[in-house]
Design a protein around this ligand. Structure first.
Ligand SMILES: [Zn+2]
Length: 308
């Protein structure tokens, strides 16, 4: 089985934004100074290469540049996670969306000395208009589609429990509930269907029955069996597994007064994260999303016809 490990390098200021708080002003965001190194150590220990989705605004901070360069020097992929990680990303004007993508692209390109080829929208907030724009800009893949009808509901529930700014946030889309689980070329009119676009969609892997995301927030909340059952499902159905971490998964949240539903102590989270990386490293071939796309491997979405 093939797999990718994807890390959304969302800084603490992105979480402050949802909590009515003034955005934190750290010289170096703790996500960069602390949890990033924990992820790099974990990936080095199990000899796996991952894809890091980086926010352009973070690449503007000259004190954080050395951390991003470390990711590159260690052979991991850097992909574009927009300039400002704005909520309701897909509802911005086309001009604003283009600016969000291009500004981050240029900052990351300068650090990487090559063009980033992958994109993930903030909060998995994507639509066909954004996808067409990414294709026009030369992107090889988008990884913003969460093929789950329960995901928007889960995110809204979490936000209302935490009394965050938006009770109904624009996360994912119920329309993607039956989208393919494997990599596919989407249709321009409805990106949940396979079609003729050049760009490839790399959906986040989801569990078998209810399509819970293969995403650490849900694994911390529901238990590691969620990962194990999703892993077994992908193995059985010859699907490539795309697993999503967030940088805060390995951050000492208490030290920064951050409370997130389902997040256990740092020690427990470290254990779960290591178990997941170890299982992927031992029982699958882990590669960066870019490498997977460029060699043309990975499931091509044919399983969508069978509804799996
Ligand atoms: Zn993000």
């Amino acid at each position: 089985m093939l797999s990718t490990i994807q890390v959304d390098l969302d800084s603490l200021w992105t979480y402050d934004r949802y909590r009515y708080k003034q955005m934190s002003e750290y010289p170096v965001d703790p996500v960069y100074s602390q949890s990033l190194q924990s992820f790099l150590d974990l990936f080095a220990k199990y000899k796996v290469k991952a894809t890091f989705f980086v926010i352009g605004k973070d690449a503007e901070n000259h004190k954080q540049i050395k951390y991003i360069k470390t990711i590159i020097d260690q052979g991991h992929e850097i992909a574009n996670h927009s300039m400002n990680h704005l909520p309701d990303f897909a509802d911005l004007s086309l001009t604003e969306i283009k600016q969000e993508i291009v500004l981050a692209h240029n900052l990351l390109k300068a650090l990487m000395s090559k063009d980033p080829v992958g994109f993930r929208a903030p909060m998995f907030c994507i639509n066909e208009q954004v996808l067409c724009l990414l294709e026009d800009l030369g992107y090889k893949y988008d990884a913003s589609l969460m093929p789950s009808a329960v995901f928007p509901w889960l995110m809204s529930t979490a936000h209302s429990l935490l009394k965050l700014k938006l009770l109904w946030i624009n996360c994912g889309n119920i329309r993607w509930g039956k989208a393919p689980r494997g990599i596919y070329h989407p249709d321009k009119q409805n990106m949940a269907n396979p079609g003729a676009m050049k760009i490839k969609e790399v959906p986040v892997s989801v569990s078998n029955v209810l399509r819970f995301p293969m995403h650490s927030t849900y694994v911390f909340t529901l238990g590691k069996f969620l990962f194990d059952s999703g892993f077994n499902f992908c193995l059985k159905n010859k699907l490539t597994l795309h697993y999503v971490f967030h940088a805060i998964d390995l951050l000492d949240l208490e030290a920064y007064s951050v409370r997130l539903p389902g997040f256990k102590s740092l020690t427990k989270r470290q254990l779960i994260c290591e178990q997941i990386v170890k299982k992927l490293a031992v029982h699958s071939q882990v590669m960066t999303t870019e490498d997977l796309i460029l060699i043309g491997k990975g499931n091509n979405g044919l399983h969508s016809a069978a509804g799996i």
